[in-house]
Design a protein around this ligand. Structure first.
Ligand SMILES: Cc1cc2nc3c(=O)[nH]c(=O)nc-3n(C[C@H](O)[C@H](O)[C@H](O)COP(=O)(O)O)c2cc1C
Length: 387
């Protein structure tokens, strides 16, 4: 298979993912909530961002390395945390972690991943970041962060944009859970996607491996085995509103770099930095939390203006191409994350997908910079077309 010809861009991978993932997981991956307005808005806003080409300048050798927290990455983008991704595509966490290491970009493991944080740190090495949905019991937070620290994680993304139980209608309709709760409807969807099902069978039933040790931390949590215990823990004992006091506890426990993920408001952006965050991820969770949320494109310039040029800003939500990465950097972010595109790539190409999509995104970014005549990432903001 000639991957370059078959999958020259993420849109082709997305089309393959539409075909290859059973409906209940496809809706989980692709969908937002409500009318899906926020998902569309992220894309529409990115498409509106114009860059002005200049042909007298020398952009022949675009340089895309980026320094972040003292490390140099080969590109200014990385993999955003995607929970349950082992149920979207078998072994996705390990495949993407290995690809991220090979391409020298960050890979972020979700708290609700189906691969262990210890294994992923081994696979991705120093390119591994960890995302925290904060458990409600302080002793569980301490233990989880202690495990991250002891195996060498240096960067923690603290997600703050899930303060309340999310109602994604398609997931409610489909009964999405981990371990999967297969009913006749999902079983028939799996049978009609044998490639997906076979890989899943070989990989074994996905579990919330990072949280499993805590299901029975208190006798009252131990409400039974498997599905019941994990569902209870995730819905009752994890996440919730991150108050200033909870933030302080985490900051005290975590001596590594702390990025707050899910920031959308310029005033809050300043507050988080003043409270001790090392940086922010501007994100509306890929349009999955609030269907009335603004696009990240529309808030990024105001946040950059509020926090000043020295603050570390990452952004995600809707990025699908290297050109989109250039657009986000032109608007003032230092680094860009993507979630869905990497899963689309695995659904399209399985084990080869991670490395292929990272290669494509790098090539697209260089091509976009070359076309506008921009040779360094720092110069991108000067190519923003004024309206
Ligand atoms: C299927 C799915 C699961 C996600 N799970 C998590 C998660 O566990 N933790 C988290 O902080 N963000 C999670 N996110 C949000 C992503 O980290 C990221 O913000 C979002 O995917 C960016 O939008 P994009 O998919 O358009 O690139 C998830 C997103 C998707 C699509």
């Amino acid at each position: 298979m000639n991957l370059d010809k078959q999958y020259p861009c993420v849109a082709d991978m997305e089309a393959a993912a539409q075909r290859r993932i059973p409906q209940f997981m496809r809706e989980y991956l692709f969908g937002g909530l409500g009318g899906g307005v926020s998902v569309q808005k992220n894309r529409q806003a990115l498409n509106q961002v114009e860059l002005m080409p200049r042909y007298l300048s020398d952009g022949n050798k675009p340089e895309i390395h980026r320094q972040l927290f003292g490390r140099t990455y080969d590109a200014p983008f990385g993999v955003a945390p995607v929970g349950l991704s082992g149920l979207v595509w078998a072994n996705s966490e390990v495949i993407l972690a290995a690809a991220a290491k090979a391409h020298n970009i960050p890979y972020t493991l979700s708290t609700v991943a189906t691969a262990s944080l210890e294994e992923i740190r081994k696979v991705a090495g120093e390119n591994a970041w960890f995302q925290l949905y904060t458990p409600k019991e302080p002793e569980v937070v301490k233990d989880l962060l202690g495990r991250c620290k002891s195996v060498g994680y240096e960067t923690l993304l603290l997600t703050v944009d899930v303060p309340y139980a999310t109602r994604r209608e398609h997931d409610i309709r489909n009964g999405v859970s981990v371990p999967p709760n297969f009913d006749l409807k999902t079983l028939s969807q799996m049978v009609s996607h044998p490639g997906w099902a076979l890989r899943m069978l070989r990989a074994g039933v996905p579990e919330f491996v990072n949280l499993k040790p805590y299901f029975a931390v208190k006798p009252s949590f131990n409400v039974g085995k498997s599905i019941k215990a994990s569902t209870h823990f995730i819905s009752e004992r994890l996440g919730g509103h991150i108050s200033a006091q909870r933030f302080d506890q985490i900051r005290d426990l975590w001596s590594g770099k702390l990025l707050v993920k899910g920031v959308m408001d310029p005033t809050e952006a300043k507050q988080y930095l003043a409270m001790g965050a090392d940086g922010l991820v501007i994100s509306n969770h890929g349009g999955r939390q609030l269907d009335a949320a603004p696009s990240t494109v529309s808030v990024l310039p105001a946040i950059r203006a509020a926090v000043g040029p020295m603050a570390t800003l990452l952004v995600d939500s809707g990025v699908r191409t290297g050109l989109d990465v250039a657009r986000m950097l032109a608007l003032g972010s230092d680094f860009v994350l993507m979630g869905r595109p990497f899963l689309f790539a695995l659904a399209a190409m399985d084990r080869q997908g991670g490395e292929h999509v990272m290669k494509i995104l790098k090539a697209e970014l260089r091509s976009a910079m070359g076309q506008i005549g921009c040779s360094t990432l720092q110069d991108l903001p000067s190519f923003l077309a004024c309206k």
